[in-house]
Ligand binder design. Sequence first.
Ligand code: OAD
Length: 262
Amino acid sequence: MQAGAAAAIEELAGQLAQTHKLVVCTGAGVSAESGVPTFRDASSGLWAKYDPMTLATPEAFARDPLLVWNWYLHRRRQVDALAPNPGHTAIAELQGILNEVVVVTQNVDGLHRRAGSRTVLELHGTLYGTKRFHDGHKVDYRWPGDLTDFEFTQDSLPRCPDTGELLRPDIVWFGEALDSVTLSQAFMHARSADCVIVAGTSGVVYPAAAVPEEALQLGVYTAEINPDETELARRADAYIALPSGVALPQIVARVKQLRGRR
Ligand code: OAD
């Protein structure tokens, strides 16, 4: 390991040993080591001929809900077949060490929850949720138990059990605003944290990128984990130039030592 990374891990672990409330802001990089395809790479196999940008819009859904639903079913199957990686697990493990840990993620893959994180704000929605198309009201859809050979048909598209209206994936599509309650909770938590860790995000997509940015400007201790130096990394209190699945388990192990746990 580079001396710089080792020193930065020590620095962040020292901060975490005294932290009560931690907010971890994550992006696609945290899921990279689980093998989650990037949005663009998700179009494999039969879906290779479709540009995801033309499927992830309300207009596409209004035009052809069957096509859009089967694309999301394909993405969900891809993610179902994968597992959380040591980065996700380390974040979840911090819950047993610090008083409060809030995950603010741009990822829609549900891997933080599967790793055991309990407070997860999914800024861009989730592949596992559904809401009514016309008014955005969240409604649970009862998925078939085995999705292996399942495909939606016009007659089996997800519908609201109360109104019969079409349900859509609970994902923030191009041209749409983020859920304002979820976003304001993310800002509120980041403002009141003792430490914010930013991991696996390029920090260029707003408003998600504004959450750690505001915390940094308010003087909250902010650390970045990303093999590629981002703009925020240059101003953060600590910058660890390693993959999150490598850095986070080392950080957690060191925090446990500093807090006198095994
Ligand atoms: P990006 O693809 O923009 O950035 C991923 C970041 O992860 C890059 O900075 C990589 O250097 C870093 N990275 C790669 N592997 C890593 C690893 N193993 N550990 C740590 N970092 C690693 O992804 P996001 O910032 O998440 O929006 O992009 C945000 C949004 O752009 C997505 O949520 C999506 C997309 O448009 C919507 O769907 C609304």
